[in-house]
Design a protein around this ligand. Structure first.
Ligand SMILES: [Zn+2]
Length: 147
């Protein structure tokens, strides 16, 4: 699982870094959050006193983060990484709640069940639209064989 939540993020950082990071996230300073799903690497730009580039690789609970600010260089942690992790957690929650909205057709839900089933090594929340389409078309091909 690569699912983040606030309490997990809170444990990673010192209280002052977490509080600043949370304030950054809430005031919308995290921009252009993007996931490279092949590499499981998130990237974002965080606007502080300057623009900083944050890169975070999620490997289960192993979080490999990088930021080009002086604090990260000196202390190995910074509010920009914290703010970005919080933004990722939000993004993952949005993905989860839209899944539960029930507006999708039956075949789509079937695809999601399959993804759930195989989900341990291939976290569903990181699948992009293309992956989902792939799953769908594979299922319809199998359906053709059966009928
Ligand atoms: Zn930083």
């Amino acid at each position: 699982m690569n699912k983040l939540d606030t309490s997990l993020i809170k444990r990673i950082f010192t209280a002052s870094t977490f509080n600043k990071g949370e304030a950054y996230h809430k005031s919308g300073r995290v921009h252009g959050l993007q996931l490279n799903s092949a590499k499981n690497i998130w990237r974002a730009t965080v606007s502080g006193s300057k623009l900083y580039t944050v890169q975070i690789e999620l490997n289960g609970y192993d979080i490999d983060d990088d930021c080009n600010c002086p604090a990260h260089y000196s202390y190995g942690e910074c509010k920009h990484v914290c703010a970005t992790l919080l933004a990722i957690a939000d993004e993952q929650n949005v993905a989860t709640s839209s899944k539960k909205s029930g507006t999708k057709n039956a075949r789509y839900r079937r695809a999601e069940e399959l993804i759930d089933y195989f989900g341990e090594s291939n976290n569903r929340s990181e699948l992009n639209a293309e992956d989902e389409v792939l799953f769908e078309s594979r299922i319809s091909i199998e359906g053709t064989y059966v009928s």
